[in-house]
Design a protein around this ligand. Structure first.
Ligand code: ADP
Ligand code: MG
Length: 255
């Protein structure tokens, strides 16, 4: 199995050298836990190695994205100029945007190998704005004689956030890129994510936490699921340093 190194110190060794190529990996955590930085670092490190990546943003402006990267010494703009990194800002003030077409076009345009979607939570909140096509299988359509569907039948018209998230992840998985899908973690129930569905349809789940220990908040992460991978079963402490995220070996969290 081909692995895509994130280049994040201490992370790749937790997952047999990197993320399985072409997988949909969910990155969950409450606001401020470091999900966007993790996504940026993954795209930046790969882009520096000549592997293009697309950052799809619903939450953040291009400017803030570049600024946040700049703090860690990452020249995002230089990579954008070389078509090694592309920020796709999804406008949230228009109706029935078919974001999957936009993402697909940009992935094809820069021949992206990696994609970060930030975030599924923002997508779910603004769901009414997006046109989400139903999953369309040529063979099944032929059997059912439904190959001449109009737009009305092709797009999901229902209101279920679970179904929409499910459909969205399925569409993103059709891209040949290795995808990091960011979402917010809700700790009150047993679900790993706010929508309660994306953890089941993704190939891997990485959780990020910010936990109060005494008077200090401690950053940790764990790999909850990674198909085809003998991943670390531990909770690892990590720091956000001048060079971005640095993950510690498992035992460090118990000190
Ligand atoms: N230069 C920095 N040094 C240390 N910590 C930082 C730095 N920049 C941001 N952070 C930390 O990262 C957090 C933001 O991380 P981010 O990836 O945007 O979170 P999320 O996407 O999970 O909401 C900030 O709240 C802050 O705690
Ligand atoms: Mg974020």
């Amino acid at each position: 199995m081909d692995r895509v190194r994130t280049g994040i110190k201490g992370f790749d060794e937790q997952v047999e050298g990197g993320l399985p190529k072409g997988f949909n990996i969910l990155l969950t955590g409450l606001p401020g836990t470091g999900k966007t930085i993790f996504g940026q670092q993954f795209l930046y490190n790969n882009a520096k190695q000549g592997k293009p990546g697309v950052y799809v943003s619903l939450d953040m402006s291009d400017e803030i994205f570049r600024e946040q990267g700049g703090q860690f010494g990452w020249d995002i703009e230089a990579l954008e100029k070389e078509n090694l990194l592309s920020i796709v800002k999804i406008p949230l003030n228009r109706n029935k945007i078919s974001i999957f077409d936009t993402i697909e076009e940009e992935v094809a345009h820069i021949k992206a190998e990696n994609m970060v979607f930030d975030s599924l939570a923002a997508f779910a909140i603004n769901i009414e704005q997006f046109a989400v096509p139903l999953i369309y299988d040529e063979k099944v359509a032929r059997i059912l004689s439904t190959s001449n569907l109009g737009d009305k039948e092709r797009f999901y018209e229902g209101k279920s956030k679970k179904r929409l998230t499910y459909l969205a992840i399925n569409h993103l998985s059709n891209l040949k890129t290795t995808n990091l899908l960011i979402t917010d973690h809700v700790s009150e129930d047993n679900n790993a994510t706010i929508d309660g569905v994306s953890e089941y349809v993704s190939d891997g789940v990485v959780q990020m936490f910010d936990t109060l220990v005494g008077a200090k908040r401690v950053r940790t992460m764990t790999v909850l699921k990674m198909r085809n991978t003998n991943h670390s079963p531990y909770v690892h402490g990590f720091d956000i340093t001048k060079e971005g995220i640095v993950v510690q070996p498992a035992e460090a969290v118990y000190q």
